[in-house]
Design a protein around this ligand. Structure first.
Ligand SMILES: *Cc1c(COP(=O)(O)O)cnc(C)c1O
Length: 341
């Protein structure tokens, strides 16, 4: 989290934000301002629509309810993509999985011949530290122009520069690259996605997408939202540099991390192919005995290393390269890890 958050919370309290009515003019103004800052600071096209949810997981479900009528295709190489597919399958039994090798971009020559209405990709797979490239998204768009492309950008949005035109729906939650406390999700929809939502017109849930679109047209939400979360998001965005400059910083920091682990005998970057490595999450692998030792010592020293995720729990740990992490924190972590290489 950014260090400024406690100050922003105090400001929110002082300004009466914490008891704000979400149907009030003040809320509408806050909502509109936050949407416009998101577009400005992240480079989201003016024509795209932004919606608020509670989490990225909720976005998985909302998409399955309101956008997928018959079937979806899920390209993934790790636990988050798989989980998204499994959640979808509960609501859409004909959801299809297309797992791919973690050391490669998905092989688009293997796409099934069937014309899927929706194709889902995990833009940044937080469980193993890989990312889908812009080139792959562009190629996917070209190969399947009729499909709506949906990208889970939970751990990349607000960290790396995203060409939003390359997909129709992008979503994220704020506790990763936005540097905010958890409890708010963001969904970004292209005009094509909005048209599709209108056409499907599913209205059986409190967060059915047509309902959310109707409310957002008035700068409101279909449920009582996390007003504090939206206020904090607005403040953080206001103070932030444009995404290109954040991207550049994360890229050079990640290169330093890779250089740091290069000479190490006992700890290696889990993903070997530099072309698929994420800029925001790095996964480190080593013998389970050594890693237990490192994780224990780290905890004692007050470092919060990311546990390995899912099947990789014992064989890896993860280091976040999120924008809110400071240079001096990274330095201290490197000094600590140096003893275990
Ligand atoms: C963290 C994460 C999620 C889950 O986010 P929640 O806000 O906890 O629902 C989903 N997908 C990816 C890629 C993630 O990194």
């Amino acid at each position: 989290m950014y260090d400024e958050i406690p100050r922003y919370v105090r400001d929110a309290h002082r300004k009466g934000m914490l008891s704000m009515n979400h149907r009030s003019e003040e809320f509408v103004a806050l909502c509109k301002k936050t949407v416009s800052l998101l577009k400005e600071k992240l480079g989201i096209p003016e024509t795209y629509t932004i919606l608020f949810t509670s989490s990225a997981t909720e976005c998985w479900e909302v998409i399955a309810q309101s956008l997928i009528t018959k079937e979806s295709l899920h390209l993934y190489n790790g636990s988050f993509g798989e989980k998204w597919y499994e959640y979808t399958k509960k609501l859409v039994p004909r959801a299809t999985a297309l797992p791919f090798d973690k050391e490669r971009q998905p092989d688009l020559s293997k796409l099934p011949a069937k014309k899927y209405e929706i194709i889902c990709v995990t833009h940044n797979e937080t469980s193993n530290g890989t990312a889908i490239s812009h080139a792959t998204l562009a190629a996917l768009r070209k190969k399947r122009p009729g499909a709506l492309l949906i990208a889970d950008a939970t751990s990349s949005m607000a960290g790396v520069r995203i060409d939003f035109k390359l997909a129709d729906v992008w979503f994220a939650s704020v506790q990763k690259c936005f540097g905010l406390p958890a409890g708010l999700g963001i969904m970004v929809c292209s005009p094509r996605a909005v048209a599709r939502i209108r056409k499907v017109n599913e209205r059986a849930h409190y967060n059915s997408l047509p309902f959310m679109l109707d409310m957002m047209q008035q700068g409101q939400t279909s449920f009582t939202p996390n007003v504090l979360g939206i206020y904090l998001l607005m403040r953080v965005l206001k103070a932030r540099k444009p995404i290109a400059s954040i991207h550049k910083k994360l890229k050079s920091r990640m290169e330093e991390w890779h250089d740091f682990f290069k000479p190490s005998e006992k700890m290696k970057v889990y993903i070997r192919n530099n072309a698929v490595r994420s800029l925001t999450v790095m996964t480190i692998t080593g013998s389970p005995e050594h890693l237990v030792h490192v994780k224990k010592a780290a905890k004692k020293k007050g470092f919060l290393l990311g546990e390995g995720y899912g099947m990789l729990k014992k064989d890896t740990f993860r280091i976040a390269n999120f924008p809110a992490i400071k240079q001096k924190e990274i330095k201290a972590l490197r000094l600590f890890l140096q003893k275990f290489t």
